[in-house]
Design a protein around this ligand. Structure first.
Ligand SMILES: [Zn+2]
Length: 277
C-alpha cells in the first residue's frame, strides 16, 4: 500500500441509491478512497453484483473490504460453530469476487476467566477457515477485529497474537479499544498501540493497516453505541496526528452514524497534521 485511504462503513448516507454501486460512486465523488461492504446482517450480495462492484471499484480506484456478519461465535460448537464458519467463508468468497482485500470478523465471545481456552479454540478455528480459504484460492486477508466489550474476543494482544496464523491480520478498531476501559484516547496511547503492531508485525504491519473509528459511548462494561465524533469524547484529532507521525498506510473506515461526514473530518485532520501538537 502506498497511501492511507479514508472511507465509510457501507454506503454513504448522501448516495443517490442504497446499493453498493451507488455507494462506491458517492465515495469517489466525496474524494474518499475506500469503502467497507457491510455483510453484517448476512451475506446477501450475489456473485453477479460482486463482479459489477469489482469493475466499478477498479475503474474509480476505490479500495474495498468486507465486514462479515455479526452473528459469529467461533468459541462455540454444533450449529452455531458450523454457521459461523460458513458466514465467514461466504463473506470471503463474495469479498474475493468483489475485489475486496480484507474480510473483517468479530471472532466470538469469551466467558469470564476462560480467556486462554477461548484463544486456543478461536485460533484453531481461524486456522481451519484460513486453510479452506486458501484451498479455494481466496486471495483476501482475514482480519480479526479488536472489540469493545470484555465479553468479546478481541483484546489488542489476542488480535495481534492470532496473526501467527498465516493470512490473518488485525483490524484495529481504536474506538473499541477506548470503550473497553475508557483509556486509549491520547496521542501517547495511540502511539503505543501502533508500536505494539510494529513489534509484532514489523513495518509491514503499519504499511498494511485496516482501521475502524467512530465516536463512541461506553459504560464500565465497555461499548454502548457508536456516536458522531463531535458528540463523543473520542480524540480523533490526536489519532489523525499519530497516523501521520507513524506514516501508516492502508484503509481507515468511519463507523460513525454520519459515516462520510466523520470520514472526511478525519481525513482533513490527517492531511493538515504533519507534526503532533
Ligand atoms: Zn466490526
Amino acid at each position: 500500500m502506498e497511501e492511507l485511504f479514508f472511507g465509510t462503513a457501507g454506503i454513504p448516507a448522501s448516495s443517490n441509491g442504497s446499493d453498493s454501486l451507488s455507494g462506491i460512486r458517492r465515495v469517489h465523488e466525496l474524494g474518499l478512497g475506500c469503502m467497507e461492504l457491510e455483510f453484517v446482517r448476512g451475506v446477501k450480495m450475489g456473485e453477479k453484483t460482486a463482479q459489477n462492484v469489482n469493475a466499478l471499484a477498479k475503474k474509480l480506484d476505490i479500495k474495498l473490504s468486507v465486514h462479515a456478519p455479526y452473528y459469529i461465535n467461533l468459541n462455540s460448537d454444533g450449529e452455531t460453530l458450523l454457521k459461523s464458519r460458513e458466514r465467514i467463508l461466504n463473506s470471503a468468497r463474495i469479498g474475493h469476487i468483489s475485489g475486496a482485500k480484507s474480510v473483517v470478523v468479530h471472532a466470538g465471545y469469551v466467558k469470564k476467566g476462560s480467556g486462554l481456552l477461548a484463544y486456543e479454540k478461536i485460533k484453531k478455528e481461524i486456522s481451519h477457515i484460513r486453510e479452506q480459504m486458501d484451498s479455494e484460492g481466496l486471495n483476501i486477508a482475514l482480519r480479526i477485529e479488536t472489540m469493545g466489550r470484555s465479553s468479546q474476543f478481541g483484546g489488542l494482544d489476542e488480535v495481534l497474537s492470532i496473526t501467527e496464523v498465516a493470512g490473518v491480520l488485525p483490524c484495529i478498531d481504536f474506538s473499541h479499544l477506548h470503550a473497553l476501559n475508557g483509556k486509549n484516547n491520547s496521542r501517547e496511547e495511540f502511539a503505543n498501540i501502533l508500536r505494539s503492531i510494529e513489534n509484532k508485525l514489523g513495518r509491514d504491519g503499519l504499511d498494511n493497516m485496516h482501521v475502524h473509528v467512530s465516536g463512541i459511548e461506553y459504560s464500565p462494561k465497555g461499548e454502548r453505541k457508536h456516536l458522531e465524533f463531535e458528540t463523543s469524547d473520542f480524540n480523533y484529532k490526536e489519532l489523525a496526528c499519530v497516523f501521520s507521525e507513524f506514516n501508516i498506510k492502508g484503509n481507515v473506515i468511519s463507523e460513525s452514524p454520519n459515516l462520510e461526514i466523520d470520514a472526511l473530518k478525519l481525513k482533513k485532520e490527517y492531511e493538515k497534521s504533519t507534526v503532533c501538537k
